[in-house]
Ligand binder design. Structure first.
Ligand SMILES: [Zn+2]
Length: 453
């Protein structure tokens, strides 16, 4: 393994040098160091050339990506290349990962290893999302980042849990390992991580591209939601340690989804994978349908895989359907278009009003803390983070929450008797049944359980 020494200075292309301060970690293609550059601490990825099949083309591709710039703020994009040293080695500089972000790998396994700086003892620390809201916000962020990348005609090529870092409090996401990203049609030797590679790559029939990214994305989302490998059920676990041929069969030629409705041969193993079954039943049918499509039709036919905007709409809806009850229970409140609009906590029976949006058709339970996102009002808005309003507690009457306007844009609140109020920034309106809120050209209507009586 090629290595740099602490204190060593590395020349940066177009001027200056970076001083190696410490090691951050090692990966399949090289080592990442903490470096000082122009008074700033950054990360330097330094390549092990024996792991790169065509270093010149690989380097040129990173250079092109630096010139093009990042397609989205969520990518930890290469900033500067180093000069090539006498041995032909090189690396690139990127921003340092903030301390509050943890690797998705640790999120999926629910813990991470930590070493005590004084004793060097290694222990584990739990890694959990603060709640469903943060979990699904992370899902929205991941698919939105991939959508932005594919929109500029590039693919990630090595999409797996090691490349994503999450703030588990908020669901904010940063995407690193951006050095294999290449324009559609180009590949510099990477084929992907086992379990994430599309079946046609495992079979040796294709190299990574946008279509294979879509398969890997479905695996990543499945693992994040269900904490399991979508193809690892009774058939795979029963086979013991897989030989290369057996792995190719299980993940390439004839993989079977563990919840394939037409083939029960690879179901989760009772007593070992019960948690996967519980999680599968916890999520609404339309979510299960998306994964069934991805891992049945989408296995052999890349055109049947979900595109990022479909995932984005799915997770925006699912996040809006969270019911976070004051009793502490978290669940989903799924209303179809014809059903009565009400939402009852399955744990304590408390009923909640529902906010129904006329454009997106989303119906969101109005628990205190529910945030109205602009992308819920109108599917055409791609700003998935912008919050327009929030359901807040009414200090004078806890049974009557209010909706607060969090934007400079004035809202029109129309009461059932026709009275109209203007709701300015920072002001709220009580959640009366039949209340209609007009935000720009979008309307939202409050459906109160009492209204049906
Ligand atoms: Zn409850």
């Amino acid at each position: 393994m090629v290595g740099l020494s602490i204190g060593q200075d590395i020349s940066i292309q177009y001027g200056g040098s970076a001083r190696v301060l410490g090691i951050l970690g090692s990966g399949g293609q090289g080592t990442v160091y903490r470096v000082g550059f122009h008074g700033k601490t950054m990360a330097l990825k330094w390549y092990d050339l024996s792991k790169i099949s065509s270093p010149e083309g690989f380097r040129r591709n990173i250079e092109n990506n630096i010139d093009d710039g990042s397609p989205d703020k969520r990518f930890v994009w290469p900033q500067f290349l180093t000069e090539v040293n006498a041995d032909g080695e090189f690396g690139y500089l990127m921003e340092l990962m903030p301390d509050n972000y943890v690797q998705l790998t640790d999120v999926i396994s629910s813990f991470r290893q930590v070493s005590d700086p004084l004793t060097g003892m290694v222990g584990s620390r739990p890694v959990l999302f603060s709640g469903l809201y943060a979990n699904l916000t992370a899902a929205v962020n991941i698919v939105s980042a991939m959508r932005a990348l594919h929109r500029v005609g590039k693919s990630y090529q090595d999409l797996n849990d090691g490349g994503f870092f999450i703030d588990t409090e908020t669901g904010d996401v940063l995407v690193c390992d951006c050095d294999n990203i290449a324009p559609e049609g180009s590949n510099f030797g990477i084929s992907g991580k086992q379990g994430y590679m599309a079946p046609e790559i495992v079979r040796g029939m294709a190299v990574p591209d946008v279509q294979t990214d879509k398969y890997s994305l479905a695996v990543l989302l499945f693992r994040m939601l269900f904490r399991a490998d979508p193809l690892e059920g009774a058939r795979v676990l029963g086979a013991g340690t897989l030989t290369e041929t057996a792995r190719r069969m299980a993940y390439g030629n004839n993989g079977v989804f563990i919840f394939d409705p037409n083939d029960t041969s690879n179901r989760p193993v009772a007593g070992i994978q019960d948690h996967v079954v519980s999680l599968w039943e916890f999520f609404p049918q339309y979510v299960r349908d998306a994964f069934i499509r991805s891992f049945t039709l989408g296995m052999g036919d890349p055109s049947k895989r979900l595109i990022e905007s479909e995932w984005e709409q799915l997770f925006i809806r699912l996040r809006a359907e969270i019911l976070s009850c004051i009793c502490g229970a978290e669940t989903f409140c799924v209303n179809d278009l014809t059903a009565a609009c009400t939402c009852r906590c399955p744990a304590c029976g408390r009923e909640y009003a529902v906010l129904e949006y006329n454009k997106s058709k989303i119906k969101a339970p109005m628990y205190c803390g529910y945030k109205i996102h602009v992308c819920e009002l109108d599917p055409l808005y791609t700003l998935t983070e912008t919050v327009l309003g929030e359901v807040v507690e009414n200090r004078l009457d806890r049974s009557m929450p209010g909706i607060k306007n969090c934007t400079p844009l004035g809202w029109r609140a129309v009461l059932p008797d026709g009275k109209v109020y203007n709701v300015r920034q920072g002001k709220g309106i009580p959640v009366w049944s039949g209340l209609r809120v007009e935000i720009g050209n979008v309307r939202a209507r409050v459906m109160q359980p009492d209204a049906r009586k």
